[in-house]
Design a protein around this ligand. Structure first.
Ligand SMILES: [Fe+2]
Ligand SMILES: [Fe+2]
Length: 302
């Protein structure tokens, strides 16, 4: 089919899910059914089928680091990864516990790594490098990249990847207007900027804030996904921190040659207002570009 648009199809589609905050036994979190929210996320993503390449979960998978919470997260996302053929990338958040995270999500043997060893990982998706960077500090909710983590990152980035690098981290290097989040933000950001400058990092992915937001750090785009558990309300009075039972979302990253987009997808279910099906699309695609333009773009006479 001859294309009309400026951009070719995306080379890579990444589902960016964050802050699921599951509890043992599937217990609700402040009245919110976090397991149902993750199940809904998986159901919506499964519609993408084989076009989905990666699922990145940027931390706070469990609210209290319980083994059963990790088992429930896998019960929802492992089948999605199998059904779509997508690679699943887990990132540590401040609500996670390293030992249970390693055992429950990464299938690492218990007692293998000391607790102060961060859970950094590197995934290769057809030449696209995705670094899961552990920004957590055991026993605390703020984030930090210490000299050891920064050295590790510098060593990984020393060699460029064929299709560049995405760094997925829970505490993203981005400014927030939320009150008190200065206490819980990422420390070591100036040093991080030094490490990533001039390397092949295309994008930072983050979570932790519980609302979708976008910015830039050291000249590199930052995309923070909203939470599936609950949403921080940025329309609350400036000196109040309010989490609401609504506005849940995940993000979809579409990578193109030399471009990308980060899109927020609201968590349903919703009633359908308008829809064009497979048959209509096939009919349009069979047309010559000029005919397609007339059929789909031309306004009816008023
Ligand atoms: Fe969170
Ligand atoms: Fe967090």
């Amino acid at each position: 089919m001859e294309r009309l648009g400026r951009y070719p199809a995306a080379t890579t589609v990444i589902a960016h899910v964050s802050d699921t905050h599951l509890l043992s036994g599937g217990a609700p979190l402040g009245g919110a059914d976090t397991v149902a929210a993750l199940a809904q996320t998986a159901a919506q993503l499964e519609r993408l089928g084989a076009s989905l390449d990666v699922i990145v979960v940027t931390g706070d998978v469990a609210d209290l680091g319980e083994a059963d919470a990790y088992a429930r997260a896998r019960a929802e996302l492992d089948p999605l990864a199998r059904a779509t053929g997508a690679e699943l990338v887990w990132v540590m958040g401040n609500h996670d516990e390293r030992a249970a995270f390693r055992l429950g999500l990464l299938d690492e043997a218990p007692g293998g790594a000391p607790l102060d060893d961060p859970v950094h990982r590197v995934a290769d998706v057809d030449g696209l490098r995705i670094i899961a960077l552990d920004t957590t500090v055991p026993g605390y909710h703020h984030g930090e990249l210490d000299a050891r983590s920064l050295d590790w990152l510098a060593r990984v980035l020393a060699e460029p990847a064929p299709r560049g690098t995405i760094i997925a981290m829970h505490h993203a290097p981005i400014a927030t207007p939320l009150a008190l989040m200065d206490v819980l933000e990422l420390r070591g950001q100036d040093e991080l900027a030094e490490v990533v400058r001039g390397r092949d990092v295309r994008l930072f992915l983050g979570g932790h804030l519980h609302y979708a937001t976008h910015g830039a750090f050291a000249g590199i785009p930052v995309s923070v996904a909203g939470a599936t558990a609950y949403t921080m309300d940025l329309s609350a009075p400036p000196r109040e921190l309010v989490g609401i039972d609504g506005g849940r979302s995940f993000s979809l990253l579409h990578l193109f040659d030399g471009a990308f987009s980060a899109s927020v997808v609201p968590l349903g279910p919703f009633d359908v207002v308008t829809s064009f099906g497979e048959g209509y699309l096939a009919e349009l695609e069979a047309m010559a570009p000029a005919e397609r333009l007339e059929r789909f773009s031309r306004k009816p006479p008023t």
